[in-house]
Design a protein around this ligand. Structure first.
Ligand code: ZN
Length: 273
């Protein structure tokens, strides 16, 4: 599933290609045909993203709410659009560019009020400048749930996925099994600030990189990571490989329906007392 930086990037990419211009809208697959007919010829004048939710705003018609889920894909092309395949739920096009949406969990035309209700049930998003980390802290500080599971709960904090959760906990030396209520406010503020910086970088580069300069391949004289997810990371999908800091073996376990990765030495819980 894409993480929040991908969705914010898709919002910006839509606006760069289609913003301020009337677009042709169609649903070759048919499931979105009635709504696409309402959008056809309208101007895309706003885009928004919150966590893993993408919103495309068409003046006077409303918002297209998209959630890609596990299997959804959004692909852009330049120039005149080729004939669509019948798996395309929504195609937006004008003579210079097109975008094809396939296999989303959600693609729906919604009102401002319905959009507001979606924002209301999501936690703050580190990529939304006005969002307040205190709203997430209110939940975390009272919770017996592990911090690793809380970071994946979109109603607590929106946009963090499996890579960012593993990496940010490593970067702060936090045991992923630490209950939320045992995290300090200072640790939370540091996690939030770090996520905001890492995810902004992710939007810019369209890739997740979490390794500090001193742990880059060149700095350490090690080969770069080979992984179809790209990017240099400390623990994500590095099970059994040596930690870049302490050389201990990176471990994995299932948590909150996804695999968790961590270094048992760098991310030790402080002794009780
Ligand atoms: Zn380590």
């Amino acid at each position: 599933m894409p993480e929040g930086h991908t969705i914010h990037r898709l919002a910006a990419d839509h606006f760069a290609r289609f913003g301020g211009r009337p677009v042709r809208a169609s649903s070759p697959q048919g499931k979105f045909s009635d709504s696409a007919a309402l959008l056809d010829g309208m101007v895309l004048d706003r885009v928004d993203a919150h966590g893993k939710h993408l919103f495309l705003g068409f003046d006077q018609v409303g918002w297209v709410h998209i959630h890609l889920g596990l299997f959804g894909k959004l692909g852009f092309g330049d120039g005149k659009a080729p004939p669509p395949t019948d798996t395309v739920r929504l195609r937006l096009a004008h003579p210079d560019a097109y975008a094809d949406l396939r296999g989303p969990t959600t693609c729906a035309l919604i009102t401002d009020g319905e959009k507001g209700a979606i924002h209301a049930r999501l936690g703050p998003d580190p990529l939304r400048p006005a969002d307040d980390p205190a709203a997430a802290w209110g939940r975390i500080a009272r919770s017996r749930t592990t911090i690793a599971a809380l970071l994946m709960d979109q109603t607590v904090i929106a946009g963090v996925g499996n890579v960012y959760r593993a990496e940010v906990l490593f970067r702060h030396g936090i045991d992923p099994y630490l209950p939320g209520r045992d995290l300090s406010r200072a640790q939370w503020d540091a996690i939030w600030a770090d996520l905001a910086a890492l995810m902004r970088e992710g939007v810019r580069n369209n890739r997740i990189d979490t390794v500090r300069p001193e742990h880059e391949p060149e700095a350490m004289g090690r080969p770069p990571r080979q992984d179809d997810h790209g990017g240099e990371v400390y623990v994500y999908r590095r099970t059994g490989q040596p930690c870049l800091i302490c050389a201990d073996e990176i471990r994995t376990a299932g948590l909150a329906a996804r695999n968790l990765f961590w270094c048992p030495r760098c991310q030790r819980r402080p002794a009780a007392g």
